[in-house]
Design a protein around this ligand. Structure first.
Ligand code: MG
Length: 211
């Protein structure tokens, strides 16, 4: 029986594409300014980076595409000071999950100022017993470390927890490594072969597991 749910934020509780145009306009402008350098290896690299930025924290992408220090610094300065202050809405289905009478935790990776501003705009802070923001800029703590810390702090057994997220390479992988059950929310079926305990293109699939 599950007595604790651990949620990811981006693309799990709300769709990043709903805020992407406003959120990324400034950052994409910065990338475009560096396009000649970034695209030197492959002409589509800037476009790939833009697409991945809607799904993954920039730090991982910067490493993956081996961006140079000048570009990283420009982007990171912009990201560190950024907030999102326009209205935001969770996925419609999230409203059914937040009412489940089971303790919930939010574990998200990214720049703290920006992540907190999104939590505020979504008005979801009170849905969670504790919120953790993993900032890859300021330490080596990972989502796996945070999951382990939740187990330790609240005395859970791994089988009592369920991690709900959209990224097989992030929270799903971290949870599986700790033998925590996972629910991969994959609304567009982009990860048909990914490892996950449960998967669905509907967030409300979680309700079935808990009943
Ligand atoms: Mg996510």
């Amino acid at each position: 029986m599950k007595t604790g749910l651990i949620f990811d934020l981006d693309n799990t509780i709300y769709p990043v594409n709903s805020i992407a145009d406003n959120l990324f306009a400034e950052l994409f402008g910065l990338l475009d300014r560096h396009a000649a350098v970034i695209n030197a290896g492959h002409s589509e690299t800037v476009n790939r980076i833009k697409e991945e930025m809607t799904r993954r924290p920039f730090q991982y992408i910067a490493d993956k595409y081996e961006l140079n220090d000048a570009i990283r610094q420009d982007m990171e300065e912009a990201l560190q000071s950024m907030t999102y202050d326009l209205p935001m809405q969770p996925f419609e289905e999230y409203h059914r999950l937040k009412d489940i009478p089971i303790e919930k935790f939010l574990v998200t990776t990214g720049y703290p100022k920006l992540q907190y501003s999104k939590i505020r705009q979504l008005d979801i802070e009170d849905d969670f017993k504790e919120i953790f923001i993993v900032d890859p800029d300021t330490g080596s703590q990972t989502k796996k470390d945070v999951f382990a810390a939740i187990i330790e702090k609240y005395g859970y057994r791994t089988e009592e927890l369920l991690v709900i997220g959209d990224d097989p390479a992030s929270e799903i992988k971290a949870a599986l490594e700790l033998r925590i059950d996972t629910f991969l929310f994959d609304p567009n079926n982009i990860y048909p072969d990914a490892d996950a305990t449960h998967r669905s293109n509907k967030l409300t699939g979680v309700l079935m597991l808990l009943s």
